[in-house]
Design a protein around this ligand. Structure first.
Ligand code: SF4
Length: 93
């Protein structure tokens, strides 16, 4: 349905016949960490994220996984070490 709160006339999954079903009844504006992200959308009501209704929550445990302006700290993913296999190889501490 089309939003009738902060992103007026934008199609949104949270919008229901009784109103916005998102926590608090509306989307939350971007946070400082979002500055520079390509997913920011401007509305008369302010700046909001096009991917996430609560941008602040995306930064609580590190980098937002949708962010376009911040590179991953390490391009190489570390493989998780299986403790059982590591002990067989003599790699455990
Ligand atoms: S994708 Fe992440 S960093 Fe970008 S505006 Fe949305 S919440 Fe902010």
């Amino acid at each position: 349905m089309l939003c009738q709160t902060v992103k007026v006339d934008t199609n949104c999954l949270f919008m229901k016949k009784k109103g916005c079903s998102f926590n608090g009844g509306k989307c939350y504006p971007i946070v400082d960490s979002c500055d520079g992200c390509d997913r920011i959308e401007e509305y008369p009501s302010g700046k909001y994220c096009g991917y996430c209704a609560d941008p602040g929550s995306k930064w609580l445990s590190g980098r937002c996984n949708f962010a376009t302006h911040v590179k991953k700290e390490n391009g190489v993913k570390k493989d998780k070490l299986n403790p059982l296999k590591a002990s067989k190889r003599g790699l455990s501490d």
